[in-house]
Design a protein around this ligand. Structure first.
Ligand code: CAA
Length: 263
């Protein structure tokens, strides 16, 4: 792979978009490599992923403007589908994904972060959907996910004005969960990922699916989705060990739910 690196650190996989000369902009090759990287993640040995960008300036500065500049209408639509397919794979990936946003998250960069479950960022992060200034709409899910995350009014303001926002404003509007000094960002991301990985993996996966799928339907259907995924956890090693530890009344074990195994 030329533009993606993958590092396995215990139960946590770290995906780095590594095209720093173009501020990690997403061209077709980056999207293809990201797709292949996700396909290659070992779901038996990995419990959480972190997605970040190489360098200290940019997470992802958007889709590649050079590549897009000569596209026809049909090619533009196909490029949008290519990005959407990969981002949807990320969003529905069986494991939780934390975006560690280390700088510019513009256009496709903001959009890929929104396809992750959780966003944390460095103090120098800048978020925005500058597409209308380039004569296009956001094309990798921005019109849909930004409105769902921060509300239609704020999303419309950001998208229509193409105004970028700094980390503190992104935090204020709920686009990111936390802001850290740049040098602490990856440590904090790893800490959060390790915390997730210490919990029952089947239960965590089912929580992700319940939240994602439930948000797409009305409440009556949503609670049925939850019931099925809740029921699915029973009879697993994780459920037996987790509840067994509690019932043993062993204070030490009660707080640490171990060992967890896949089904
Ligand atoms: N596409 C292609 N190349 C890009 C890029 C992008 N989105 N963003 C940055 N680069 C390249 C620059 O062309 C430059 O390359 P060269 O050194 O070969 O000239 C290199 O990265 C460094 O960039 P700058 O010199 O511009 O760095 P800067 O510090 O002066 O500015 C920046 C940084 C404000 C992020 C600026 O690069 C910028 O505005 N980039 C474009 C941001 C943008 O508009 N993103 C949205 C793209 S559209 C989109 O994503 C559509 C969609 O929804 C799918």
């Amino acid at each position: 792979m030329e533009f993606i690196t993958y590092e396995q650190d215990g139960f946590v996989g770290v995906i780095t978009i590594n095209r720093p000369k173009a501020l990690n902009a997403l061209n077709s090759q980056v999207l293809d490599e990201l797709n292949e990287t996700l396909d290659a993640v070992d779901l038996n040995t990995t419990r959480a992923l972190i997605l970040t960008g190489a360098g200290d300036k940019s997470f992802v500065a958007g889709a590649d403007i050079g590549e897009m500049s000569t596209l026809t209408k049909a090619e533009g639509e196909a490029f949008g589908k290519k990005g959407n397919d990969v981002f949807r794979k990320l969003e529905t990936f069986p494991l939780p994904v934390i975006a560690a946003v280390n700088g510019f998250a513009l256009g496709g960069g903001c959009e890929i972060s929104m396809s992750c479950d959780i966003r944390i960022c460095s103090e120098n992060a800048i978020f925005g959907q500058p597409e209308v200034g380039l004569g296009i709409t956001p094309g990798f899910g921005g019109t849909q996910r930004l409105a769902r995350l921060v509300g239609a009014g704020m999303a419309k303001q950001m998208i229509y004005t193409a105004r970028n926002i700094k980390a503190d404003e992104a935090y204020r509007i709920g686009l990111v969960n936390a802001v850290y000094p740049a040098e602490e960002l990856m440590e904090q991301a790893r800490k959060m990922a390790a915390g997730i990985a210490a919990n029952a993996p089947i239960a965590v996966r089912n929580c992700k699916k319940a939240i994602n799928d439930g948000l797409q339907v009305d409440m009556d259907q949503a609670i049925v989705i939850e019931e099925k995924l809740f029921g699915d956890c029973f009879e697993t090693e994780d459920q037996k060990a987790g509840m067994g530890n509690f019932l043993e009344k062993d204070k030490e074990k009660k707080l640490k739910v171990v060992p967890f195994q896949n089904k």
